[in-house]
Write a protein that binds this ligand. Structure first.
Ligand code: ATP
Ligand code: MG
Length: 439
């Protein structure tokens, strides 16, 4: 068995129900059902990870992970509403209406001594798929605060790594040697920052040092994995704090290099970015929807604007066209770090390239902007630019006002010429638009 002399022993400290505050009433019926049924069938059944951590902190957890010594097939045999997912490592998903409870079988670390291909030359884990016992499973987890197991058999908490005390002391501590663990999976650096921002915890000194040493390994992480992480970093209600911590620890430049360069040079861009982050946090707090394309558009705005100016100097084109073209190029660069799905990049380019159109306030074409499917996002973006002094307040007010006006008032606002009665205008032939590079 793999013991960890640094952070704990192979024997857990068992915190009895009377000595902790985690109550079953915090957990949804579905999760409890899964746990009880596993227990009744003679298996070990624990809640683990974020839900135990958040319950201790009275933060009302939202997702519930179950860990067990039953194999995925054994779990499936117990639940009719169960699907096995994952090719590399099988997980059981037990479904209750729209809710899914993920049930994972304990895993052991792969034995790297006998498998040359389990990690890359930097030490990053590539394969990791052996079933194990709870006292093997625990050492694979990242932080001590994420490695507590709530036992449904007697409602105790099992703590192998000192996580319970670390939570009380509000500390983010890595299990094992921080240098090794960060090399194994550089995403843990982002997770350290995310939990510090979310929980208001302090990152332990050795973890900070390991981040300093290994921040440059983040670009080795597959870009596909980082989009999910991006969402968790910036849409969980602590975007501004997360942003500051990422910058403090040299991580932001690894995931948004072009943005970072401009932020260092341009105080206005920094103000704009901050306003957007605060705006996102406010929306999350108010329970409003947030779309990643807005913040991505903000992060990439100055790089896009600058490149658009270059493209315009090389070839004759409208400002909107140059912004669309530049956004395409800048997004392509950004995709190397974080792969952003097309359903976000396409509207984001539209949102950015619509910006110059707010300047035009006369005529039918100007008015048509109101019907554009990206009007709302582009308008919000323009308001934010104006809020930080990068737009004309009069223009912003105009577009705010026209949205409330009646058709007749609108026609007057846009100074449309009244049509002579009875006289039909010949329909204008539409010119075919050039196909855009991405659509
Ligand atoms: P939250 O759900 O609030 O984001 P969480 O701790 O539940 O936080 P998840 O990403 O849901 O985070 O992961 C569940 C658990 O799996 C974690 O608590 C941790 O024990 C383990 N884990 C997740 N990612 C890693 C990783 N990169 N390295 C090691 N362990 C991990
Ligand atoms: Mg979780």
């Amino acid at each position: 068995m793999k013991k960890n002399p640094q952070n704990g022993s192979a024997k857990p400290r068992i915190i009895r129900r009377a000595n902790h505050n985690v109550t079953r009433s915090e957990f949804p019926k579905s999760a409890l059902k899964v746990l009880y049924r596993l227990d009744k069938a003679g298996y070990q059944a624990f809640l683990v990870g974020g839900c135990v951590r958040d319950s201790i902190l009275e933060l009302h957890p939202k997702d519930f992970d179950v860990a067990t010594n039953a194999t995925p097939e054994e779990v499936k045999a117990l639940f009719g509403n169960c699907r096995l997912i994952g090719r590399r490592f099988r997980l059981a998903h037990v479904r209750f209406g729209r809710e899914i409870i993920e049930v994972a079988t304990f895993r052991a670390s792969a034995n790297h001594d006998h498998d040359d291909h389990a990690s890359d030359h930097e030490g990053r884990i590539l394969r990791d798929n052996v079933y194990g016992t709870i006292d093997e499973d625990v050492w694979r987890r990242d932080f001590t605060c994420n490695a507590l197991y709530y036992n449904i058999a007697d409602f105790s908490i099992w703590d192998y790594t000192g996580g319970f005390d670390d939570i009380k002391q509000k500390k983010i501590v890595l299990i094992g040697d921080p240098e090794v663990r960060m090399r194994e999976d550089p995403v843990r650096m982002l997770r350290a920052v995310r939990f510090a921002a979310k929980l208001g915890f302090e990152i332990d000194g050795p973890v900070i040092r390991a981040i300093d040493h290994h921040a440059h390994l983040l670009p080795n992480v597959p870009a596909a994995r980082l989009f999910d992480e991006f969402l968790k970093l910036f849409q969980a209600g602590n975007a501004e704090r997360t942003f500051d911590l990422l910058r403090d620890h040299g991580l932001f430049r690894e995931i948004f290099p072009a943005t970072c360069e401009e932020l260092d040079r341009d105080a206005d861009f920094m103000r704009f970015t901050r306003a957007a982050l605060r705006n996102t946090d406010r929306r999350v707090e108010e329970g409003k929807s947030v779309t990643p394309m807005f913040l991505l558009g903000v992060f990439l705005w100055l790089p896009v604007k600058k490149l658009a100016a270059v493209r315009r100097s090389e070839e004759k084109m409208s400002e909107s066209q140059s912004l669309a073209l530049a956004a395409y190029e800048v997004v392509a660069q950004q995709q190397r770090r974080i792969s952003i799905p097309k359903r976000f990049t396409v509207p984001m380019r539209e949102m950015l390239s619509l910006q110059p159109r707010f300047e035009f306030r006369r005529g039918k074409r100007a008015m048509k902007l109101l019907d554009h499917r990206r009007f709302r996002a582009a308008y919000d973006f323009m308001l934010l630019r104006t809020e930080v002094g990068q737009g004309n307040p009069e223009v912003a007010q105009f577009w705010t006002d026209v949205q409330m006006q009646s058709a007749a008032e609108r026609a007057a606002s846009f100074q449309l010429r009244p049509q002579a009665p009875g006289k039909k205008r010949r329909p204008r032939r539409r010119r075919r638009r050039k196909a855009s590079p991405e659509s």
